[in-house]
Design a protein around this ligand. Structure first.
Ligand code: UT7
Length: 325
């Protein structure tokens, strides 16, 4: 009997401190950095983002998101035998945030590891969990995207610091005789490392390089629009589906203009695209599971519907997961 993986619960968590564009504009102005609500809304669609408090770490956000996902799935943490956390802002250099999360959840014994694929991290993590469930290695997985990007932002660089936010989203993925995940599609092209990176590391007891986010926004934008269309078509073909079969597109929430272009290229009406970038900003690996959870809880995404999840970001990485809810 063929095994599939199926999303049985979703959850998310936003740290309570919300900054509207006006709040952020005022904070930046106090430090001599000039931007405006008009510029941010017009160029990105972002109206607000949440920032975590100084004593909160990535695994704390992940824990809250997982608790909600477990409740939604009716699964207890002790039954989880696989935890994958997609993050670029881990608690520590090592061990993995997934291991720290596993301990906080009280779910010892199963496999736990992090995936580093920046904003594509969640689709990478779901694809890996799907493969491990299909081959019988895991039965109940928590797949998480969790980020505290506010820790790696350069608040003197207005071209990047207005774009990102913090948060976490999670799904419970369970073995099932019916799909579930229909197809996955993952890619990377390392020649674009420099267009979106945090070029720093820890060495000899010191931080070396520059541990703050750098981005060539226009280069990322152009690449993103092309690869999101290609990956959508590839994953649909693998599953024998057409763009007209898609009930909801949930792309990485970086910029509403990228989402509009992707929908247009796929000839998908924009009212079938889930948008949370306006309220969350770009939360990197957390953006897709947070958008999915918000769409499930608001009643937009319903059981049985076909949902296309698409990630794109640093690496350069990109990919898609096509899933029946
Ligand atoms: O999560 C990973 C994926 N990341 C992304 O997908 C991000 C992709 N890129 C983007 O979303 C867009 O390229 C940005 C939102 C980053 C920038 O939008 P843009 O339309 O490409 O603007 P731009 O970089 O061409 O800048 C236009 C102007 C420049 O001024 P000049 O040279 O025309 O005088 C910038 O200096 O806007 C200026 N500018 C700003 N002005 C006010 C840049 N940032 C700001 C700002 N406030 N925050």
């Amino acid at each position: 009997m063929k095994l599939y993986s199926r999303i049985t619960g979703t959850g998310s968590f936003l740290p309570p401190r919300r900054l509207s564009n006006a709040d952020l504009v005022a904070e930046l102005a106090a430090n001599g950095v000039e931007t405006s609500d008009d510029w941010i809304v017009e160029r990105t669609g972002i109206r607000a983002r949440h920032f975590a408090a100084a004593d909160v770490c990535c695994s704390d956000l992940a824990l809250q998101a997982c608790t909600h996902a477990l409740q939604a799935a009716g699964v207890v943490a002790a039954d989880i035998d696989l935890i994958i956390v997609a993050t670029s802002t881990p608690d520590m250099v090592f061990p993995s945030t997934a291991c720290i999360l596993q301990h906080k959840l009280g779910a010892s014994g199963g496999a736990a590891f992090d995936v580093q694929a920046v904003c594509s991290g969640f689709v990478y993590a779901v694809s890996i969990a799907d493969a491990l469930i299909q081959n019988g290695s895991a039965g109940k997985a928590l797949v998480v995207g969790a980020e505290i990007f506010s820790r790696i932002l350069d608040f003197s660089d207005r071209t990047t610091c207005v774009l990102f936010g913090d948060g976490a989203g999670a799904v419970v993925l369970e073995a099932s005789e019916s799909p579930g995940v229909l197809a996955t599609d993952l890619h990377a092209d390392g020649k674009h490392v420099g267009i979106l990176c945090v070029p720093g590391s820890v060495s000899g007891g010191k931080v070396v390089g520059e541990p703050l986010l750098k981005m060539d926004g226009q280069a990322v934008f152009k690449l993103a629009v092309g690869v999101l269309e290609q990956s959508a078509r590839a994953v649909l073909e693998k599953a024998g589906k057409a763009t007209t079969d898609i009930d909801w597109l949930i792309p990485h929430q970086a910029n509403i203009r990228i989402m509009q272009s992707t929908a247009k290229r796929l000839r998908l009406p924009f009212d079938r695209v889930i948008v949370t970038v306006d309220q969350h900003g770009n939360t990197s690996a957390a953006s897709i599971p947070m958008a999915l959870d918000s769409a499930v809880r608001s009643g937009k995404v319903k059981p049985g519907q076909l949902v296309l999840l698409e990630g794109v970001g640093g690496g350069f990485t990109w990919g898609s997961v096509l899933v029946t809810m």
